[in-house]
Design a binder for this molecule. Structure first.
Ligand code: DSN
Length: 417
C-alpha cells in the first residue's frame, strides 16, 4: 500500500518510514502505547474510510449501509461478549469524547462528580480545570494515601458521603495498583450515585482476566481501544441497559456526526483477537514483566510510587531516587533509545512541565515478545542513563545496545508478524 503513498506524497511516506524506524529500534515504554496487529492496521487503512453512516445499525440517515450495519453490529456483539456488558456503543472517536458523552448523557451542567485527583493519577477529562470536564462540571476529588501511595477506600467513602456526587468515577492513567471496582460501586450505590469506570489503561488486562473486572455491576464504563487492548485508535462506552438510550443519544447526535466505520471495524478485529488464548498469555506476561521490571528498578535504587505495581504501569519518583527531575531524565532516556513520559507523582511539589516522576509500562515491549530477562537489561539501561544524564557519548552507546536488543524482537505491524 505504501508504494502508492511513496509516489503520491514522498514527504509523508518518508516521515512514516522515519516513525517505523523509531518504533522498531527503540524501547517504547509509554504505558498507553502498543503495537496494533497487521490485521488491525489493514482494517484501519481500508476503504471503510469512504462511507458515511450517521445513526445506528438499522436506523441510519444515509442509505447503502448493507455492509456497514453488519460491521457495527459485529463490533457491538464482540465487545459485549468480551467484557460481559449489557449495552455497548462502539462509535466514540477516542477516550475524551467517550467520557464527554457519558457526562452529557447522565448529568446537567454543574453537577458534581467525584474522581481521582489529577496529580494522583486521574485523567484530563476527570476534571482538569483547563479541560471541558473541569469547566462544565463540578469535580471534587479523592487521592491516594500519603504513606502507602495507594487508594484508601474508607477515605473515598467519607468524601462521597459528605459530597453526595451524581457520579463516582474510578479508573486512572497513572495509578500502578489494582482498582477495587466493586468497592467503588458499593460506595456509589450507598450515596445514590452512578458508578463510572474509565478502564482505558487496563482494558486488555480486564478482558484477559488479569485484573478484576468492573462488570457486571458498574453502571457505565468507558475505554479507549488502543492501549493494553491493542486495537485501533478509538473508544467505546459499555453500560447497563437502562443507560443505553441516553448514552447513544449523547454520542450521536449529541456530540459526534458520522461514525468512523474503518475504526469500528478495526475495533471488532481487536475484540476478536482479545478472545484468543494468545492474548490472555500476552496480558499475563504484561503484568509479569511490569512486576519484574519494578523489582529490578528498585534493586537499582529507583523509588517507585507505592513501591511496586499490580498492572502494566510503573511510576518512578526520580527526584527521590536519583536527585534528577522527571523531564531531564525522560529526555536522557530518549537519547538512549528508551521512550517514556515525565509525569507528576502524588503530592508532587514540582510543576507538571517538569515534575518529579516518569511513567513507564510494559504493553508495547511485551507485544514484541520481551520477557523477564529483558526487563533486567532495561532496568540496567535505565540505571546507566541516570548515571550519565549529561554524557552524550554514554547515552549514544546505550542507544546502540538498546537497538541491538530490539533487533531480536520484531515489532508487530512493522515487521510482518
Ligand atoms: N494520553 C493517555 C495516556 O498516556 O495515559 C491518556 O489519554
Amino acid at each position: 500500500m505504501n508504494s502508492y503513498l511513496k509516489e503520491s506524497d514522498p514527504e509523508i511516506y518518508n516521515l512514516i518510514e522515519e516513525e517505523k524506524k523509531l518504533e522498531s529500534e527503540k524501547l517504547r515504554l509509554i504505558p498507553s502505547e502498543n503495537y496494533a496487529s497487521c490485521a488491525v492496521l489493514e482494517t484501519t487503512g481500508s476503504i471503510l474510510t469512504n462511507k458515511y453512516s450517521e445513526g445506528y445499525p438499522k436506523k441510519r440517515y444515509y442509505e447503502g449501509q448493507q455492509a456497514i450495519d453488519k460491521i457495527e453490529l459485529l463490533a457491538i456483539k464482540r465487545a459485549k461478549k468480551l467484557f460481559g456488558a449489557e449495552h455497548v456503543n462502539v462509535q466514540p472517536n477516542s477516550g475524551s469524547p467517550a467520557n464527554m458523552a457519558v457526562y452529557f448523557a447522565l448529568l446537567e451542567m454543574g453537577d458534581k462528580i467525584l474522581g481521582m485527583n489529577l496529580s494522583h493519577g486521574g485523567h484530563l477529562t476527570h476534571g482538569s480545570p483547563v479541560n471541558f470536564s473541569g469547566k462544565y462540571y463540578n469535580f471534587i476529588s479523592y487521592g491516594v494515601d500519603k504513606e502507602t501511595e495507594m487508594l484508601d477506600m474508607d477515605e473515598v467513602r467519607k468524601i462521597a458521603e459528605k459530597e453526595k456526587p451524581k457520579i463516582i468515577l474510578s479508573g486512572f492513567t497513572a495509578y500502578p495498583r489494582r482498582v477495587d471496582f466493586k468497592a467503588f460501586h458499593k460506595i456509589a450505590e450507598s450515596v445514590g450515585a452512578i458508578s463510572m469506570a474509565d478502564i482505558s489503561h487496563i482494558a486488555g488486562l480486564i478482558a484477559a482476566g488479569v485484573h478484576p473486572s468492573p462488570f457486571p455491576f458498574t453502571d457505565v464504563v468507558t475505554t479507549t481501544t488502543h492501549k493494553t487492548l491493542r486495537g485501533p485508535r478509538g473508544a467505546i462506552i459499555l453500560c447497563k441497559k437502562k443507560f443505553g438510550k441516553a448514552v447513544d443519544k449523547a454520542v450521536f447526535p449529541g456530540l459526534q456526526g458520522g461514525p468512523h466505520e474503518h475504526s469500528i471495524a478495526a475495533k471488532a478485529v481487536a475484540f476478536k483477537e482479545a478472545e484468543r488464548p494468545e492474548f490472555k498469555e500476552y496480558a499475563k506476561q504484561i503484568v509479569k514483566n511490569a512486576k519484574a521490571l519494578a523489582e529490578y528498578l528498585m534493586e537499582n535504587g529507583f523509588k517507585l510510587v507505592s513501591d511496586g505495581t499490580d498492572t502494566h504501569l510503573i511510576l518512578i519518583n526520580v527526584v527521590k531516587s536519583k536527585g534528577i527531575s522527571g523531564k531531564p531524565f525522560a529526555k536522557a532516556l530518549d537519547k538512549a533509545g528508551i521512550i517514556c513520559n515525565f509525569n507528576t507523582i502524588p503530592f508532587d511539589r514540582r510543576p507538571p512541565f517538569d515534575p518529579s516522576g516518569v511513567r513507564i509500562g510494559t504493553p508495547a515491549i511485551t507485544s514484541r515478545g520481551m520477557k523477564e530477562t529483558e526487563m533486567k537489561k532495561i532496568a540496567d539501561f535505565m540505571l546507566k542513563v541516570s548515571e550519565n544524564i549529561d554524557n552524550e557519548e554514554a547515552l549514544t552507546k546505550i542507544a546502540e545496545e538498546v537497538k541491538s536488543m530490539c533487533s531480536e524482537f520484531p515489532a508487530p505491524g512493522i515487521e510482518r508478524i
